[in-house]
Design a protein around this ligand. Structure first.
Ligand code: AHR
Length: 493
């Protein structure tokens, strides 16, 4: 048993959480759309083919914004294929798949309303450019009286969709991307596209592509060049990161949250450097619009070999440790809520996802569903500055933590014990809140770190309340098991 301490004080704050920090991502990839969110003929499907069992889980997950339709997919996508009565079947080279286009923008917009989420739409800046982005925007947002807005009306949507958040392409620094570009080429295209889109609809929030990950050889230089071209036209720069245990090194895997924090801080430094250089008042915010645990090296060893419709791609089955790491990644995002305004757990269903479905059958929650749902439910309000003192687990302190004070006075401490071997006895000073009461301490941990949820045992891994925490003399005392995700809620009024 080792000890850790921290202080919670409402005088020390980081910022207000933008609810869009709890976003997710639906890409035309594998079974995310087909047999995931959309499956006509499924026993729970509605009149549009949307699976109601999945919709119910999405609402329970607490997702606020959903990015669509890619991902790598968008860099070769023709949006016109997915609207109206004619739906051409196409090849999708990004995922070596057959795309029937049965699901497109109209179906996605109906789905977002039923799911209660805000749409975030990506335009194709790989094989297409300014004109096609403007056409899509006019189709989506112009009220009426033009060819494209009347086309939307003729497709059954008289009211404009009013889509506010737009991603200017996807991972354009990646050589795997159709239409991959240099930073200079992309920066110019992003600026031109943004300028033209704002002429059609000035009320947009625009996201420029940052690097595909902190490990990209041009990370930093890419962001600087893109922003020097497009600073005045965009509001956000994107970050993407996926984590996995490499060579069985679980200790380093548990430190993923620290790597994510370093990545965020580097990106902020670059944005602020460009701001100073250009002498601008406006700050660029971050959209961490792809993040998760992804066993990528496993999938890279097994790429698709034939053109198939809705193949089983990137279907990771998450275990206890993956959920603890996802919890730590959520803590990392909350700890930077002043600059990270949007983030998308990639992805939502079947493909590296919190929700799994059987074609024609059941849907259930993966282990990673739980930390996300708890963070979304309790992580709304003001993030407090929390600086734990703890012994080291490998290269990082064993305790990773943040706290959010809600408007109703509920204070939630999110804490991950990153030690694989030692429980942590936490002593948190809460004196600044007077005499708070413990509402709940729930823990997700398990002696079997590889335990998973399945269709037959869907609740094998979930957070469970513990009754061992106590408050006395202005200090919260709690026991955090090894490799655990903890949510401790206190009533401060
Ligand atoms: O989320 C899976 C893929 O990861 C996305 O299509 C791409 O943007 C990223 O490389």
């Amino acid at each position: 048993m080792t000890h850790a301490t921290l202080t919670l004080d409402p005088a020390f704050t980081i910022g207000t959480v933008d609810p869009r920090l709890f976003g997710s991502f639906v890409e035309h990839l594998g079974r995310c759309v087909y047999t995931g969110v959309y499956e006509p003929g499924h026993p729970t499907a509605d009149e549009h083919g949307l699976r109601r069992d999945v919709l119910e889980l999405v609402r329970e997950l607490g997702v606020t914004v959903v990015r669509y339709p890619g991902g790598n997919f968008v860099s070769g996508y023709r949006w016109e294929d997915g609207v109206g009565p004619e739906r051409p079947v196409r090849l999708d080279p990004a995922w070596k798949s057959i795309e029937p286009n049965a699901f497109g923008l109209g179906e996605f917009m109906i789905w977002t309303r039923r799911a209660g989420v805000q749409p975030m739409l990506a335009v194709n800046l790989g094989t297409r450019g300014v004109q096609e982005a403007c056409d899509l925007l006019e189709y989506a947002n112009h009220p009426g009286g033009t060819a494209l807005s009347e086309l939307r009306a003729s497709h059954g949507a008289r009211e404009p969709y009013g889509i506010r958040i737009w991603c200017l392409g996807n991972e354009m620094d990646g050589p795997w991307q159709t239409g991959h570009k240099t930073a200079h080429e992309y920066g110019r295209l992003a600026a031109e596209t943004a300028r033209a889109m704002r002429m059609i609809d000035p009320d947009l929030e625009l996201v420029a592509c940052g690097s595909s990950g902190a490990g990209m050889p041009t990370f930093g230089a890419w962001e600087a060049t893109v922003l020097e071209e497009a600073y005045d036209q965009v509001d956000y720069i994107s970050l993407h990161a996926y984590y996995e245990p490499l060579n069985g090194d679980l200790e380093t895997f548990l430190a993923s949250g620290a790597m994510m924090e370093a990545y965020i801080e580097d990106a902020i430094a670059t944005c602020d450097h460009v701001r100073a250089k250009l002498k601008r008042d406006k700050r660029i915010h971050l959209s961490f619009d792809e993040w998760n645990v992804w066993y990528m090296s496993r999938h890279q060893a097994d790429p698709p070999t034939e053109w198939r419709h809705a193949p089983r791609l990137l279907e990771d089955h998450y275990n206890v440790l993956d959920a603890v790491v996802v919890g730590s990644l959520l803590i990392a995002l909350l700890r930077h809520a002043d600059r990270v305004k949007m983030a998308c757990l990639a992805q939502l269903v079947n493909v590296i996802a919190p929700i799994v479905t059987e074609p024609g059958g059941r849907a259930w929650r993966q282990t990673i569903f739980h930390p996300f749902a708890q963070a979304s439910r309790y992580g709304r309000g003001t993030v407090l500055r929390v600086e734990p003192n703890a012994p080291y687990a490998g290269d990082v302190p064993a305790l990773h933590a943040t706290a959010v004070l809600a408007e109703d006075g509920t204070l939630t401490l999110f804490a991950v014990n990153r030690s694989l071997t030692d429980a942590l006895e936490l002593h948190a000073t809460v004196r600044a809140f007077g005499e708070p009461r413990i509402l709940e301490h729930s823990v997700l941990s398990d002696p079997d770190l590889e335990a998973r949820n399945t269709a037959d045992d869907p609740d094998r891994v979930r957070p469970r309340p513990v009754g061992t925490s106590a408050i006395g003399d202005g200090t919260l005392h709690a026991m955090l098991p090894p490799a655990s995700w903890n949510v401790i809620r206190l009533a401060t009024r």
